[in-house]
Design a protein around this ligand. Structure first.
Ligand code: NAP
Length: 500
């Protein structure tokens, strides 16, 4: 891949230092409800540790775990030490690790009970930032919010962090918003969508809005179509019961894919400010056209040599829940009328990958006798497994062989130029937790955005549930059902191959 920076000039040390500069956050107390759970062990605590090692979390900060399990501070510290070693790696610096573990404490609390709340109140220090991470089932959000307020632990300056799923339809999302609103203002609520915490997603905004180059082309006149793919290789085994009540549309499209769609399609906000950005995202969701039946493909993986099919994984032989969905989405506004956005996501597909591909139109006339080798420019934004962004361009094939054209990718991710700093970017959770402490809501979903997204998906899901059509079967390790390929073929387009 051509490194854009070094092709022109090497990024200076000073610039690299500026880009990777770490600004410590102010002193804080973070209470993690659900601290004995999977998310806390795998993401939240290891993420905080990495930010501590990077010098972003001050050693005066306090991280207090809370859950029903009865244990003392030391037992919790031992559990978190094991989690850090498991999810970051063994061989951590012993002094750093023990300094971090000293910042941890634990209080046994039942979200629905009365014990533990007085102790928690005694542990939370006045005069520092207070954040409460609700890493528990959404059914407990109301209980925790109510007790935090009733016990005088949270106040008008506290922040709460809530996880997906944020409702399972418009009615439940509204109810959840109303429950939280009884105790917290909207500017205190941080609804996490970890896709928004990815480096490349923010880089996408920088590329769009800090350069003159793309924005004039960023419309239906010059963009042929956009593809958003989130593919997983794993099935639903292990969480089949949960997933069977959800499906790909609720689990992935309503939140992650729609958030990515918004960032691609939104108008430039007047400022990089939380409400300005979220206002523009909301306008995109409101401009989505209702989907016609022929623009939707639902799939369910069947058994393969490596494992059982969806129905066995979900332990529900009659399940009509989709483990794959592909959609052709249209945005009814001046900028995008005429440019389709194709979205797809699924389990047990060929490779694990999340990417956005913006395909531009072909030049109106070719002056080269290129024998059909000319290809449209594509901006490929890769979110996982390897974050990065590249733009494909046509250039002359080097050498004396005449005027032959070849497509090359221009690397726009700057990871090479930034060396180790560039490749050691914070994980999405790390970045988002630091944003909570900083009080920056730009990368979090606002309540009205979540409700608007459900308002668009509800009729689609409602029609599936009212009908009797089964999802199309697809083989594990494939790109999804044949129908999904046809969704693009009938428009003379093709999906970009699913590859890591
Ligand atoms: P989990 O492993 O089931 O953990 C649930 C946590 O809640 C445990 O610490 C449990 O501890 C605690 N808990 C349960 N009932 C409680 C009560 N009455 N009072 C106080 N604590 C209680 O779940 P998870 O995977 O960590 O997920 C947490 C939340 O994040 C869920 O909303 C989930 O949907 C969301 N989420 C998780 C992931 C992920 O990767 N894991 C990703 C996205 C979103 P005790 O049993 O000790 O009380």
């Amino acid at each position: 891949m051509l490194p854009l920076t070094s092709a022109n000039r090497q990024i200076s040390d000073e610039e690299a230092a500026m880009v990777s500069r770490i600004i410590p956050v102010e002193d804080f107390d973070l209470v993690i409800f659900g601290a004995t759970g999977d998310l806390a062990r795998r993401k939240i605590v290891p993420g905080l540790y990495r930010r501590f090692v990077a010098g972003q979390v001050p050693d005066s900060a306090r991280i207090i775990g809370a859950a029903r399990t009865r244990q003392d501070d030391d037992a919790f510290r031992a559990e978190m030490r094991a989690a850090i070693e498991e999810f970051i790696g063994p061989g951590q610096d012993p002094a750093q690790l023990s300094a971090f573990l000293d910042m941890l404490g634990y209080v046994a609390i039942d979200a629905r009970g009365t014990d533990g709340w007085a102790e928690l109140k005694a542990r939370v220090r006045p005069g520092v930032v207070h954040a409460f991470y609700f890493s528990v089932a959404p059914a407990l959000f109301g209980d925790i919010a109510e007790r935090l307020a009733a016990n005088g632990i949270a106040d008008a300056d506290s922040r709460i962090v809530v996880e997906k799923p944020f409702g399972r339809d418009l009615a439940t999302a509204r109810a959840l918003n109303a429950t939280l609103a009884r105790h917290f203002d909207e500017n205190q609520i941080y609804r996490i969508d970890h896709y928004l915490g990815k480096e490349t997603v923010q880089n996408l905004m920088a590329v769009r809005f800090a350069n003159i180059l793309f924005e004039p082309l960023w419309n239906a006149q010059y963009v042929d179509h956009v593809q958003i793919t989130v593919a997983e290789t794993v099935g639903v085994g292990g969480r089949g019961e949960y997933y069977d009540h959800s499906g790909a549309m609720r689990d992935m499209v309503q939140n992650h894919l729609m958030q990515l769609l918004c960032l691609i399609a939104m108008e430039p906000p007047y400022h990089f400010d939380p409400d300005a950005v979220r206002d523009e995202k909301l306008k995109v969701i409101r401009a989505l056209e209702p989907l016609a039946a022929e623009d939707i493909v639902r799939g369910q993986y069947v058994a393969g040599p490596d494992g059982p099919g969806y129905l066995e994984d979900a332990e529900n032989p009659l399940s009509r829940t989709e483990s794959f969905v592909a959609l052709k989405v249209r945005i009814a506004n001046w900028r995008w009328t005429g440019t389709p956005f194709y979205l797809r996501t699924g389990k047990r597909l060929r490779a694990r990958t999340s990417e956005i591909v913006v395909t531009f139109k072909e030049p109106p006339h070719s002056i080269f006798d290129d024998g059909g080798t000319h290809k449209a420019n594509q901006l490929v934004i890769k979110l996982q497994p390897n974050e990065g962004m590249h733009l494909t361009v046509m250039i002359k094939e080097p050498g004396p062989g005449g005027m032959r054209l070849v497509q090359v990718p221009l690397d726009m991710s700057f990871a090479d130029a930034l060396g180790a700093e560039g490749s050691d970017m914070p994980d999405a959770y790390e970045r988002l937790i630091m944003d909570v402490i900083r009080g920056n809501q730009t990368l979090f979903m606002r309540g009205d955005e979540v409700e608007a997204a459900w308002a668009w998906t509800d009729p689609i899901i409602g029609a599936w549930e009212a009908g009797s059509k089964r999802p199309e079967p697809y083989d594990p390790g494939s790109s999804g059902p044949e129908e999904a390929l046809r969704l693009l073929h009938r428009d003379n387009r093709r999906w970009r191959e699913i590859r890591p």
